[in-house]
Design a protein around this ligand. Structure first.
Ligand SMILES: Nc1ncnc2c1ncn2[C@@H]1O[C@H](COP(=O)(O)OP(=O)(O)OP(=O)(O)O)[C@@H](O)[C@H]1O
Length: 320
């Protein structure tokens, strides 16, 4: 559905995208994850023909984003970061207008508007003006607007940013249902690590304008980050003894002692705990805690920076 090779976008002084290679198959749900300024939106805007790439190639739904822009546009829906709905329009009317813009007949537009009102649960406020909707309701309308022409591919740029947890969960319910019912391919950007982790089938991690990892969340966590085992002990001597035992275990990658606590990094945390129990009497051990890695640990492992706190700026360069 999407194939890019060496895609770049240079603004006057910023290399926003520095060579992105992405393949997305039909029906996939893929999340682009990365810190502020990583180049996610710029990539999306090139794939949706809103920005001309500086170099590289991209085909979307089988069409070139540079040479067949109209064909690309006919086959995609795009929900940008800002709302596309007109404030003074009523919800259903806005959907009908969008249908007419896509050359549906008046009757077909009304029918499609009603289908989308149902699908996105907009019935309660279909007759209200857009300006009266809550953030979550407006976002559902944005998605409905992106789907009017039944695109096989939907791009969502930060669909849930700024929403409260309940509205986010509700919007995700709609996105996932839509996908199950229509098989739409979905590519989205998000800052929410948990969202990418639990909802997307594949996570593409972007940093400073390039893809630094691309796999399922489970594989990324398994391959690129480790479990953290924290052993709380009664005193420094017990901690030292546990650390010495841990260092002898094959699967352990790193052991640090901080006062009476021992931190053990390993790809197989549960096995390490079992091995510790086999090799040590456990005297002086007060508790053991096992944390599974998150996508933030993956990013940290790849870049040395935390995604949660990272506000990296892409490298600047003089571009003619
Ligand atoms: N029109 C533009 N002119 C100049 N620089 C731009 C333009 N659009 C984006 N940039 C810069 O390109 C870089 C990448 O921006 P982009 O919006 O793609 O990042 P992002 O990963 O989507 O970030 P965020 O998560 O904050 O939305 C940033 O440094 C941004 O300031």
């Amino acid at each position: 559905m999407i194939h890019t090779q060496g895609l770049t976008k240079h603004f006057k002084t910023v290399e926003a995208v520095r060579g992105i290679d992405i393949d997305v198959s039909d029906g996939e749900l893929v999340a682009l994850l990365g810190p502020n300024g990583a180049g996610k939106s710029t990539t999306l805007r090139m794939l949706t023909t809103l920005l001309e790439p500086t170099s590289g190639t991209a085909t979307v739904a089988g069409f070139s984003v540079t040479d067949q822009r109209d064909d690309v546009r006919r086959h995609i829906g795009y929900v940008g970061q800002g709302s596309g709905a007109g404030n003074n329009q009523r919800v259903r009317d806005e959907l009908i207008t969008q249908g007419r813009c896509y050359s549906l007949s008046a009757q077909a537009s009304r029918q499609r508007a009603d289908e989308l009102v149902d699908a996105l649960d907009l019935g309660e406020f279909a007759g209200r003006s857009v300006s009266t909707l809550s953030g979550g309701q407006r976002r559902r309308l944005d998605i409905a607007l992106g789907l009017v022409h039944r695109p096989p591919l939907l791009f969502l740029d930060e669909p849930t940013t700024g929403m409260d947890p309940q509205s986010r969960a509700n919007l995700w319910e709609h996105i996932l249902r839509l996908r199950t019912e229509t098989g739409t391919t979905i590519v989205l950007t998000t800052h929410y690590l948990e969202e990418a982790d639990s909802m997307a089938e594949r996570v593409i991690v972007v940093d400073r304008g390039v893809v630094i990892a691309d796999d399922t969340a489970a594989s990324l966590k398994n391959d690129l980050a480790s479990d953290l085992v924290v052993v709380a002990t009664a005193d420094r001597a017990a901690a030292q003894r546990i650390a010495t035992t841990a260092e002898r275990i094959d699967q352990v990658c790193d052991v640090t002692v901080a006062g009476s606590r021992v931190q053990i990094r390993s790809r197989a945390g549960s096995a390490v705990i079992a091995e510790l129990l086999r090799n040590d009497t456990g005297a002086g051990v007060l508790g053991v805690d096992l944390s599974r890695p998150t996508l933030d640990d993956v990013f940290l492992g790849l870049t040395g920076r935390s995604l949660r706190e990272s506000h990296s700026a892409p490298e600047t360069a003089s571009v003619a």
